[in-house]
Ligand binder design. Structure first.
Ligand code: FMN
Ligand code: SF4
Length: 549
């Protein structure tokens, strides 16, 4: 990254944000014209090459996106459901081939047949509904189960603004140290994948010198199979916003940003409406609720790049830079957005704060397990009899989630891909060893991640699925380090060739490749994709051995 560009971009700050401007300018044509690029470079005092580098990194600004009208979801869940060729064919009756692109993933993993048309997402449409949508007549939302197994920290009914924000008034009276202490007492760990202590991160940021600090909500939920952040943003926006305000108060930040996805258009509008409402009520802005705490919050829409879920790539993105991963140290809490101390937390992590500050951190820590406190949202895909979004106490057996909440599978399934593309591939024989918490997954050599569950049906060839994972990584790689940039493409080629050209893979070569990716990659994209590949090689040796010499 360039600290100089961070600084230059920071001069305009979040109010006249370069990244957002690039997004707005590309809305009409799908990318920027040469004149627009020059105009931006002059306005922000940065090189035209920097602007070109940025727009070429995103699905929805790069030149290939010009003139696209519809996007077909090509995420893992829709791929495994086998629904997308039919969607493309139906769209082809109304649009030219070059007007149809791809999006990964629309978060409709519970229904599939997902696509975006004219800025709205659709899934599982009947033929009649499909035709109406194409004539711009009939918006249609999706349906999924929302349930829990006891405690509702994240899925409860909204009590109304007055009651809900009483906790904020109380917290402002208690002071930032008390708020931080409650969060530390809760033991809540990051839900974005790594499970890092939220209290530790907030405290580190609070202790940094300076009076310009940021809270960033990582709402770039790109993991195919996951739609829990989408649920929170659309159905529980105040849980997320409250978390942003409380985190800002605890560390002494003056700005918060919710970085969400172009692939979730409804989320952006819903959160924006909620923010507008709160500004009107002085729950955001200057001297919130009569206190001496002032805090601004905005929602920024991403432009289609999975790597922006990685927190430092996200910060570069927000600055209008190419979304490449940064080396650490310095950590975001030391030098984050515009080089200022910044906390990046996941949507679900932030959404826990309302319960914690209402009921105390100790009360929160009474739920779940000793090291994985609280509850977790788990998303089940369309292979389950009850696809949906379930809030379970940490420590709940995976078997309970599958049999009781999801009520089993619609068809035979041989493995579960849990925790996104970088999560483990769990064979059915391991299900009874796992419970929904960080420790149990780690002990068994898997990863809880964001706890999305994608089913791999019995008849789906794993060789194809691994090719898909490498292809996904190759497409989404930020390109900064070679083990990921080159390794993902070489892996894709190996698994592709193994299927089409009578070519047999060299096991030693593959082991070297995944070892290099795992050990040499700068971030967990290149470093993480070897896990499901290794799981497949270990647990499905009989199926895969035919592809090796
Ligand atoms: C390739 C990649 C993608 C990621 N995607 C997300 C994401 O979509 N949402 C998220 O919260 N964290 C994601 N993360 C993790 C973030 O880098 C970071 O750890 C997280 O936002 C911190 O928030 P938490 O502590 O609340 O989990 C991703 C990491 C990597 C390496
Ligand atoms: S592992 Fe991949 S995504 Fe991560 S820094 Fe390296 S090239 Fe970028």
């Amino acid at each position: 990254m360039s600290k100089n560009i961070s600084h230059l971009s920071g001069r305009q700050g979040l109010k006249n944000n370069l990244f957002e401007k690039i997004g707005h300018l590309s809305e009409h044509e799908g990318t920027l014209s040469k004149e627009q690029k020059i105009g931006l470079a002059e306005e922000y005092l940065i090189g035209k090459a920097n602007i070109t580098g940025t727009i070429s990194a995103y699905d929805f600004t790069r030149e290939e996106n010009r003139g696209k009208k519809a996007y077909v979801c090509n995420g893992s869940a829709c791929l495994l459901a086998g629904t997308q060729d039919a969607v493309r064919e139906k769209l082809g009756k109304h649009l030219k081939e070059e007007e149809i692109g791809n999006m990964t993933c629309l978060g409709r993993c519970h229904e599939n047949s997902a696509f975006n048309f004219n800025g709205t997402n659709y899934s599982a449409l009947s033929d009649a509904d499909f035709d109406e949508v194409m004539q711009n007549k009939k918006p249609k939302t999706d349906n999924y189960y929302v349930d829990h197994n006891g405690l509702q920290i994240l899925t409860g009914d909204f009590p109304g603004l007055d009651t809900f924000y009483t906790t904020l008034k109380d917290s402002l009276a208690e002071g930032p140290d008390a708020v931080l202490q409650k969060i530390k007492n809760s033991g809540v760990r990051g839900r974005g994948g790594a499970g890092f202590s939220m209290g530790f991160k907030l405290e580190a940021c609070k202790n940094e010198p300076g009076n310009e600090k940021y809270i960033v909500c990582n709402a770039d939920e790109g993991d195919p199979g996951a739609y829990s952040d989408r649920y929170l943003l659309e159905q529980q926006p105040h849980l997320v916003i409250f978390g942003m305000i409380a985190a800002g108060y605890a560390v002494g930040a003056n700005w918060g940003v919710i970085y969400t996805r172009a692939e979730y258009p409804e989320s952006v509008d819903i959160v924006q409406n909620a923010l507008d409402q709160l500004y009107d009520l002085n729950i955001l802005g200057e001297n919130i609720m009569g206190s001496d705490f002032s805090y601004d919050l905005k929602v920024v829409k991403g432009l289609g790049a999975y790597i922006c879920g990685e927190e430092t790539a996200l910060l570069n993105s927000l600055e209008g830079q190419r979304p490449e991963v940064r080396t650490r140290p310095p950590y975001p809490t030391q030098q984050g957005l515009f080089n200022k101390p910044t906390v990046v937390n996941n949507v679900e992590t932030l959404a826990t704060l309302h319960y914690i500050l209402t009921h105390t951190g100790k009360k929160y820590a009474e739920h779940g397990t000793e090291k994985s406190t609280g509850t977790k949202l788990v998303c089940l895909d369309s292979f389950f009899n009850r696809p949906g979004m379930y809030e379970v106490e940490m420590g709940t057996p995976l078997r309970t989630v599958i049999d009781e909440m999801g009520q089993g599978f619609k068809q035979p399934v041989k493995a579960l891909h849990i925790g996104g593309p970088l999560g483990g591939l769990v064979p059915m024989s391991k299900i009874d060893n796992l419970s929904i918490d960080f420790e149990s997954f780690a002990q068994e050599g898997f990863l809880l991640g964001h706890a999305s569950v994608i089913c791999i049906p019995e008849e789906y060839p794993l060789v194809q699925y691994i090719e898909h994972l490498f292809e996904f990584t190759a497409h989404e790689s930020c390109g900064k380090c070679f083990p990921c940039r080159l390794g993902s493409t070489r892996g894709k080629e190996m698994f592709q060739k193994a299927q089409t050209e009578g070519y047999k893979m060299d096991r030693e070569l593959l082991d070297d490749l995944i070892d290099t990716m795992e050990r040499g990659s700068l971030c967990a994209l290149g470093g993480g994709v070897p896990l499901p590949v290794k799981n497949a090689l270990q647990y499905f040796e009989d199926e895969l051995k035919q592809y090796f010499n």
